[in-house]
Design a protein around this ligand. Structure first.
Ligand SMILES: Nc1ncnc2c1ncn2[C@@H]1O[C@H](COP(=O)(O)OP(=O)(O)OP(=O)(O)O)[C@@H](O)[C@H]1O
Ligand SMILES: Nc1ncnc2c1ncn2[C@@H]1O[C@H](COP(=O)(O)OP(=O)(O)OP(=O)(O)O)[C@@H](O)[C@H]1O
Ligand SMILES: [Mg+2]
Ligand SMILES: [Mg+2]
Lengths: 255, 255
């Protein structure tokens, strides 16, 4: 049974996609079999790995029409890394799900029916706590929270943890916190340092030690359809995501 | 009658809040009377101006309980700039609005009833095309689209313009495009240049000439509860937002 990890934070632009994609690639590069599920209608993970989604054959059809998950799983440029692609059609799912039966279980039902021959399943979530993210939190065993090293990044964390707690109580008793990952860290600025200190103070023992540095190579890599471990293998971004993969593989945080 | 401008883009972290707040401040600094409406449950504009929202007296109560708009409007550190505050309660609005009558008109109804003694009303939207952003697009006369100078920023633009077109056809015939604003521009990287070229090619004549540079002072200013024109008045961020204010005041883009 794979570790199923939702990568979620309703604050926008904090590095959810970048972390889900590059962490998945680093885990695969280290020998694990990994499935990355793109649950964002923007389909950034799909585009970032240079993959094209066909209308009618994306995660939207899995959730909405019950298409089997493996019908939308395709290869990526990384050995042992597969992706369940997204498509802009998925933006209709939030409103469609509102009146559906067992609406929070749509993704979980699809995963339970599928043959998950993976060590890890990572789910990239959109920037909201709507029904797509709720589906990911119900299907997952763990949630990984990217936190950008900037002022606005702290505002939503309490609400996110509160939502995780309520999901655990009402829908998914297994849901644990994998931890918070600090992203776009810039060791030249006081702001980054203040955010790191604040997050460590608020979530003692639940913050990954790896700090992902701000690096233009990381931001460039999706334009080449490659994870940063292939675009700039010796750079600081690749190094950080390999270290994060090792940390994730080696331990689970106590809550 | 004020110019009512929604600042929207479903891609997260592209600079919606930073642009709405700093543009509003620059317009006010130039002599205009400005209302900033924080329509994001994260309440980043509210926090970024150092204001505290009380539960029960935020834009959520205006939309959900019909509280008059001026009951939630408070002063900011900038002369002539007022803010209609947000609160985390607003995250309940998306689901509550789904079954409400005339659900796309909740904000417009509140604005139509209010005495809007302003030259500009700017509405900061959350990172989605859900019912809160739809309410902003129905209440507004114009939409301003911040576009971050990064690869993922291009993916959602077509969908956003499609949504604007559908709103104009079905709900708000006045809705025009104020233009796209390129944010977090870094003239040292090829990536920024590529995005600028791509956006200008896709939206000829509808891109503001002002490029907002990436600047740590801009990212720091909300932690001081100040817009960048007060936190770092001579810096590149303040200069860019003053130039953007002048451009906005001087012209409307032809579509
Ligand atoms: N370590 C980094 N260094 C430099 N740029 C980064 C880094 N991590 C992410 N970025 C860039 O920051 C932007 C936001 O990151 P990303 O899109 O991964 O965030 P997100 O949380 O998935 O956004 P959304 O909320 O829209 O889903 C992207 O342009 C990305 O390339
Ligand atoms: N010109 C700039 N220079 C440096 N940092 C910037 C700039 N503009 C915005 N930022 C920073 O980038 C991050 C994202 O910006 P912001 O929060 O305004 O985006 P947003 O689109 O409102 O995000 P969301 O989608 O969550 O609402 C913030 O931490 C902000 O301080
Ligand atoms: Mg993303
Ligand atoms: Mg914002």
């Amino acid at each position: 049974m794979p570790r199923i990890i939702a990568v979620a934070n309703q604050k926008g632009g904090v590095g959810k996609t970048t972390t889900a994609l590059n962490l998945a690639a680093a885990l695969a590069d280290g020998g694990a079999r990994v499935l990355l599920i793109d649950l964002d209608p923007q389909a950034n993970c799909t585009a970032g790995l240079g993959v094209d989604a066909q209308p009618g054959r994306s995660i939207y059809n899995v959730i909405s029409d019950g298409l089997p998950l493996n019908e939308v799983v395709v290869k990526t440029p990384v050995a042992r890394l597969l992706i369940a692609v997204s498509h802009i059609d998925l933006s209709a799912a939030e409103l469609e799900l509102v009146s559906a039966l067992a609406r929070e279980y749509a993704l979980k039902r699809a995963l339970d029916k599928a043959q998950l021959d993976y060590d890890y399943v990572l789910i990239d979530c959109p920037p909201s706590l709507g029904l797509l993210t709720l589906n990911a939190l119900v299907a997952a065993h763990e949630v990984l929270i990217p936190v950008q090293c900037e002022f606005y990044a702290l505002a939503g964390l309490a609400k996110l943890l509160d939502t995780v707690g309520r999901i655990r109580a009402a829908l998914n008793s297994e849901l644990q916190l994998a931890g918070a990952v600090l992203t776009m860290h810039d060791n030249r600025t006081r702001l980054s340092k203040e955010v790191v200190d604040e997050v460590n103070a608020n979530f003692p023992g639940r913050v990954f030690k790896t700090l992902v540095p701000r690096s233009v190579r990381v931001a460039e890599s999706p334009s080449h359809g490659l994870p940063v471990i292939l675009h700039d293998p010796q750079g600081p971004g690749a190094e950080a995501y390999r270290a994060l993969a090792a940390e994730l593989a080696g331990e689970r945080m106590e809550e």
